[in-house]
Design a protein. Structure first.
Length: 311
């Protein structure tokens, strides 16, 4: 074979970092060694794998074609190494990107459990909205993601982790807080503080009101869940967030969930990864541990008022 796994790893790192110097730091190599390895790899293939755009190295047509195949070869090599060393051994780096709800309410317990049971497995976590999670996985920036709502990209594999729902909420002094039900007409008259476009939460909300409410008065949009809750607590606005994100404030009495029976805002939290990613023991381990964690949550919540429905 005319190329090596090391050259594939260098190519993948440069593609990920869009920089030779950043790739060198990631691989603990010198910049000159990375440049030489990449140059030799391109010479062997007789194809340019990158094009320079300012200070960034972006994948060429050939580079985009090669990257998923290189990624799979590297993952297969890692699996072979793990199997030869110890079939039960789970070790290495795994990059995970998640939307806010999962990052705040599910993943801390999961990562803590992984750190205890699999100390050689290192999870790098990035918090993004759903649109950016999916794009990052498509671009090979992350090994796996956790998203809210639906994914329509045919290149992605999706597996539901749990089901929950969004709620409309306000502060206890809002006039709607005294209503037994809030109608669609009343919702249309309100001022809203919502998540930004591209978030899974906003996608579910927009889908629920589409065809039901002609004109939603969106006063402000924010990426931060904490900012949305603070504004709704201190002003006469309505907000819409996952139940998990507001239950603490509802129990404390600073926010009130409004009964909106005409809106259906159920959604899933799901794992997603590229269909062409191949087998990955680290991913399998994380998914399995997450499912065990959710089952334990379900048993705990069966005796509480927490309105989550698990698959």
């Amino acid at each position: 074979m005319k190329y090596s796994l090391k050259q594939l790893a260098v190519f993948d790192a440069v593609a990920s970092q869009e920089s030779v110097s950043a790739a060198a730091r990631k691989l603990s190599m010198t910049q000159s060694a990375v440049s030489m390895s990449l140059s030799q790899f391109e010479n062997v293939l007789d194809r340019p794998l990158f094009v320079r755009q300012g200070n960034r190295l972006l994948l060429s047509h050939w580079g985009r074609w090669l990257r998923p195949k290189a990624k799979k070869l590297l993952q297969d090599a890692q699996q072979i190494e793990l199997g030869l060393h110890d079939q039960q051994s789970i070790s290495g780096q795994f990059s995970l990107s998640a939307s806010q709800t999962a990052a705040e309410h599910i993943l801390p317990s999961l990562i803590s459990k992984i750190d205890t049971d699999f100390p050689e497995l290192r999870i790098d976590l990035m918090v993004e909205n759903t649109e950016h999670v999916i794009q990052g996985i498509i671009n090979h920036d992350y090994d796996m993601g956790v998203i809210e709502g639906r994914n329509d990209d045919h290149r992605m594999h999706q597996e539901t982790l749990l089901e929950d729902h969004l709620v409309v909420f306000t502060n206890p002094n809002h006039s709607y807080a005294r209503h037994q039900t809030v109608s669609l007409a009343q919702l249309e008259q309100a001022k809203w503080i919502l998540r930004e476009q591209g978030s899974g939460t906003r996608h579910i909300f927009d889908g629920a009101v589409h065809g039901e409410i002609d004109d939603i008065h969106v006063w402000k949009e924010y990426q931060s869940v904490s900012v949305i809750k603070a504004l709704v607590r201190n002003g006469f606005y309505l907000g819409c967030l996952p139940y998990l994100d507001v239950i603490k404030e509802v129990n404390e009495g600073s926010l009130v969930i409004l009964p909106t029976p005409e809106l259906d805002m159920k959604r899933n939290l799901s794992f997603v990864w590229r269909k062409d990613a191949g087998e990955n023991p680290l991913r399998d381990c994380i998914v399995a541990e997450a499912r065990r964690l959710v089952r334990r949550y379900k048993k705990q919540m069966d005796n509480t008022h927490l309105a989550l429905v698990y698959p």
